[in-house]
Design a protein around this ligand. Structure first.
Ligand SMILES: NC(=O)C1=CN([C@@H]2O[C@H](COP(=O)(O)OP(=O)(O)OC[C@H]3O[C@@H](n4cnc5c(N)ncnc54)[C@H](OP(=O)(O)O)[C@@H]3O)[C@@H](O)[C@H]2O)C=CC1
Ligand SMILES: Nc1nc(=O)c2c([nH]1)NC[C@@H]1CN(c3ccc(C(=O)N[C@@H](CCC(=O)O)C(=O)O)cc3)C=[N+]21
Length: 312
């Protein structure tokens, strides 16, 4: 029997290999770091601050420290108890601001309990030139105004993956970002706008979200809702960037089994999207690579050197 004519033939879906792109960035970061150390004796220094004992945060912070050490960075981790006060946390940040061996400071979010309400004050305590997370209002403002800013790692990494598929000029393309956090959604939207895309930011109050996402040539999902974006929310041929990292139950792995999934139903998107980032192995590894890139950039600036080429 001849198959029925289909209005939407299967589209071959490219799986964007974030691990491979991250390796290329890390290699360039390593070379830049080695040049700086050889000529000036300066080693890029990264301090990561973890408050409390959230298991997922412990894993990410550990991964950041390992990467930094493998690159020959001066890498320090400060682990504080969940009972830490805002004053104590800000005192630590200020000590790191003064420490000449530290070029980058990252305070892992969320902070435990009520302390998370102090997030904005903690961020503002970080010296803007050491703000490798790109969250200080000076960096946020510079990004919005199109100036030299420290760009948040996840958005910078997501953009690099988009550029690998579509090139640097997104003129004429519709981009939809689902999620409006300061860490992810808003800065990704800024970067897409800078790259000439026409940008829509959707969130939990958006009406008829599937109709909005179906307009997207570039769809970025950053909601923290496991597999919320269904296959039929995706315009055929779209490039889909799945930022979500969600740990969900996986009964097939035993009674306590879990697995990671994104904010996109990847199986449904396959055959419809032109390209999609997997979870894990997509945006996550890029985040860590861009943190290393921001740290080496901060060290270059501290040495009075112009920003290094980092294969971006
Ligand atoms: N790959 C990586 O390196 C990283 C991954 N992540 C992951 O990305 C995801 C987002 O992180 P983050 O931005 O920090 O999360 P936040 O919780 O800060 O923000 C989530 C955003 O999604 C929106 N949202 C939530 N539910 C819905 C819904 N049903 N429909 C539409 N919009 C919705 C919220 O809208 P509203 O504002 O209206 O509440 C909010 O703007 C998480 O899964 C996180 O783990 C985060 C950082 C790095
Ligand atoms: N101040 C601050 N800055 C952050 O950038 C920040 C933060 N707080 N809080 C939490 C989120 C989350 N985040 C991730 C980093 C790496 C992976 C990552 O490497 N993921 C791997 C594997 C993860 C795994 O196996 O568990 C992957 O997706 O392939 C994921 C998530 C940074 N964040």
């Amino acid at each position: 029997m001849a198959s029925a004519p289909s209005s939407s033939a299967e589209i071959p879906t490219q799986r964007i290999d974030g691990r491979a792109v991250a390796e290329a960035v890390v290699a360039a970061v390593g070379a830049a770091s080695a040049r700086l150390t050889a000529e000036t004796g300066i080693r890029p220094g990264l301090a990561v601050v973890l408050v409390g004992e959230d298991p997922a945060s412990q894993v990410y912070v550990g991964a950041k420290g390992k990467r930094a050490t493998a690159l020959g960075f001066h890498s320090v981790q400060h682990t504080l108890p969940a009972s830490t006060s805002e004053i104590e946390l800000i005192a630590l940040v200020e000590a790191l601001n003064r420490d000449p061996e530290i070029h980058g400071i990252l305070v892992q979010f969320p902070l435990p309990g009520r302390l998370d309400e102090a997030r904005a004050r903690v961020i503002e305590a970080i010296a803007p030139e050491k703000d490798v997370d790109g969250l200080h209002p000076l960096n946020v403002g510079r990004l919005a105004a199109g100036g030299e800013a420290m760009v948040p790692c996840t958005p910078a990494g997501a953009m690099l993956l988009i550029r690998r598929v579509l090139g640097p000029d997104l003129s004429g393309r519709e981009a939809v970002v689902v999620g409006r956090s300061n860490l992810v959604g808003k800065p990704i939207a800024q970067l897409l706008l800078q790259a000439q895309a026409t940008v829509t930011i959707a969130h939990s109050r958006t009406a008829d979200l599937p109709a909005v996402t179906r307009r997207a040539d570039i769809l970025v999902a950053a909601t923290g809702r496991p597999e919320m974006v269904r296959g039929d929310w995706i315009k055929p041929g779209a490039v889909v960037i799945d930022v979500g990292i969600n740990r969900v139950a996986a009964p097939e792995k035993g009674p306590d089994g879990t697995r990671l999934c994104g904010d996109v139903a990847t199986a449904e998107a396959t055959g419809r999207a032109a390209a999609i980032t997997p979870v894990p192995g997509g945006v996550g590894p890029m985040t860590i690579a861009m943190l290393m890139a921001n740290t080496v950039k901060a060290a270059y600036r501290a040495a009075g050197w112009p920003a290094p080429p980092l294969g971006e």
